[in-house]
Write a protein that binds this ligand. Structure first.
Ligand SMILES: Cc1cc2nc3c(=O)[nH]c(=O)nc-3n(C[C@H](O)[C@H](O)[C@H](O)COP(=O)(O)OP(=O)(O)OC[C@H]3O[C@@H](n4cnc5c(N)ncnc54)[C@H](O)[C@@H]3O)c2cc1C
Length: 509
């Protein structure tokens, strides 16, 4: 039965909320993965092996403190956040400038040493850790904010800045980052740009191909490419920045970025709704677009199992009394509270009148807004708390957004599976599908892959909506890219990185 949607507390002022910097630690209690090379039977490329002469060169260049060779210390750089892949690198380098990155790459290229760029190591496709003994290039110390143009809304910074830190910095001058994701306290802007990360507000602000105005990158041979344009309009020849946005460290290392930043909204409203079926989800989305128009900033779907897992494993509280088949988190961001509230009220009245929502709540109170967002942003954390997580990030034409979840539940009903969930950025047609097992299970893996990619391709979806290809999806690229496009990608890779030292075994193999 439908209950009246209640406004919890009046709006308390413009504020942005973040999970703490250490929000991503939960995975550490889980079992350590097998070596990638063993589990996935990978053959090592024809690269040199690191020796004392190499480490002496790096120590002279960076100083011994920024060259990590202690195996224990190297460990955390060898394992990804999902604990699904593990490399065996014996050296981690921490440059502080583009010139140092350039000198490292020039040396590695000549010595045929493979390199794995790493930022916050929150990537979910096994791209950010080595497969074998690649040199890890950690970008964490390149974390200077270079300038903020308050009038134009343009931020220029080094690529090792934490996303959350940038957002906090910008909020002091009434601006915000155009990108926001659950990993914001740990991921770095260079990692975001290199994966073309999407996130929670892509619906409103668009992707990084649009928001990155310019960047600086270092090629495999050490050449620094300066495309650090800060203009919104610049049609002078090839738009080279796009080669580095989303290429996951296979074409160059991003060292600086210029990003256009929207104005921080003055009014934020968040509604959390419970619905009975997917048809009503689609109707609600259509109404949200027509009623909320330009103030709609997020439209996220969370299924029943996802909410239940979060409540059980993280002890979070749901703003609704019961769980429902589907939950929607709908956010509006605008410049005038009374205007936005009127629109939100009209929208909620319509969904109530039409009986498409079972229960709901709406708030503009900052602490309650945060409670609701926590539930959404900590879904990945709650589902990796125990066991092994097979995680897929796919996009579909909207009517098929959730089709894959019941299909998988049926397909895996006789397997040893703990739970299967679906949640994601409904506004962008991007669903995250999770299958949790006690341990890595080869039978489950073979039931999932390539089935899930074939299914996605059949429904004209993308096998990677926002996480990238990395190591995990490289052999499935052809499900979303024509052979002619893959051939051009290979040509670009050979041209820009003839020795193939940059992030080998990733994206294209
Ligand atoms: C809880 C959680 C929520 C998430 N939510 C989202 C989401 O909503 N949307 C989304 O898109 N992703 C999401 N992700 C995935 C991940 O956070 C993003 O892919 C993010 O952009 C990775 O940034 P990072 O700094 O951790 O990069 P890393 O994981 O360190 O690296 C990612 C890739 O980029 C390469 N790379 C890193 N830095 C550079 C550089 N400077 N130059 C060249 N190559 C580089 C790496 O080699 C690797 O291939 C989430 C992850 C977690 C754990």
């Amino acid at each position: 039965m439908m209950r009246a949607i209640r406004r919890m507390i009046p709006f308390g002022g413009p504020e942005r909320f973040f999970l703490p910097h250490n929000n991503l630690r939960s995975a550490s209690t889980r079992i350590e993965p097998e070596l990638t090379a063993v589990r996935y039977k990978v053959k090592r490329g024809p690269f040199a092996t690191i020796n004392d002469a190499h480490t002496s060169f790096f120590s002279e260049l960076l100083g011994p403190d920024r060259v990590i060779t202690e195996p224990d210390e190297c460990d955390s750089y060898n394992i990804d956040w999902l604990r699904m892949v593990k490399g065996s690198s014996r050296v981690v380098l921490k440059p502080k400038s583009s010139e140092e990155v350039s000198a490292i790459l020039r040396y590695c290229d000549e010595a045929k040493l493979a390199v794995c760029p790493q930022s916050g190591n929150t990537g979910l496709v096994g791209g950010s850790v080595p497969v074998f003994d690649e040199v890890v290039l950690s970008m964490r110390l390149m974390n200077n904010i270079i300038s903020v143009d308050e009038f134009a809304g343009v931020l220029v910074c080094e690529s090792g800045c934490v996303l959350q830190t940038l957002d906090e910095h910008l909020s002091r001058v009434g601006l915000m980052m155009p990108i926001d994701l659950g990993a914001k306290g740990s991921c770095l802007i260079g990692g975001n740009v290199s994966t073309n990360a999407g996130g929670l507000r892509l619906l409103r602000y668009g992707n990084l191909h649009g928001n990155v105005l310019g960047l600086e990158a270092v090629l495999a041979n050490g050449k620094i490419i300066d495309c650090l344009n800060t203009l919104k309009k610049d049609n002078t020849g090839y738009h080279l920045k796009h080669l580095f946005i989303g290429s996951e460290g296979t074409l160059g290392i991003v060292t600086k970025v210029a990003i256009q930043c929207p104005t921080l909204p003055k009014a934020i409203n968040v509604a959390f709704l419970g619905l009975e079926n997917f048809e009503n989800v689609l109707k609600t989305f259509q109404l949200a677009k027509s009623e909320l128009g330009e103030i709609l900033s997020s439209f996220e779907l969370i299924d029943r199992t996802s909410v239940e897992t979060s409540l059980a494993t993280l002890g979070l509280k749901s703003p609704l009394t019961n769980t429902h088949e589907f939950h929607l988190l709908i956010e509006t961001s605008g410049s005038k509270l009374s205007h936005d509230e009127e629109k939100v009220s009209n929208f909620l009245e319509k969904v109530m009148e039409q009986g498409i929502v079972e229960d709901g709540t709406v708030t503009s109170d900052p602490s309650k807004v945060k409670t609701i967002w926590d539930l959404r942003e900590r879904l990945a954390e709650s589902q990796t708390k125990e066991g092994y997580l097979f995680k897929y990030d796919i996009s579909f034409p909207l009517e098929h957004f959730y089709t894959i979840v019941p299909v998988l539940r049926d397909r895996l009903k006789d397997c040893n599976v703990r739970f299967i969930t679906g949640f994601g950025h409904l506004g962008d047609g991007n669903v995250h599908v999770q299958v949790n097992t006690s341990n890595y299970d080869e039978t489950v893996n073979s039931m999932l892959e390539p089935f899930i990619f074939e299914f996605t391709s059949k429904f004209k979806g993308s096998i990677s909506a926002e996480h990238g290809i990395g190591f995990k999806k490289s052999k499935y690229l052809h499900y979303s890219k024509d052979e002619s496009a893959i051939e051009l990608m290979r040509l670009m890779k050979r041209t820009m990185d003839p020795n193939g030292i940059l992030n080998p075994y990733k994206v294209i193999c």
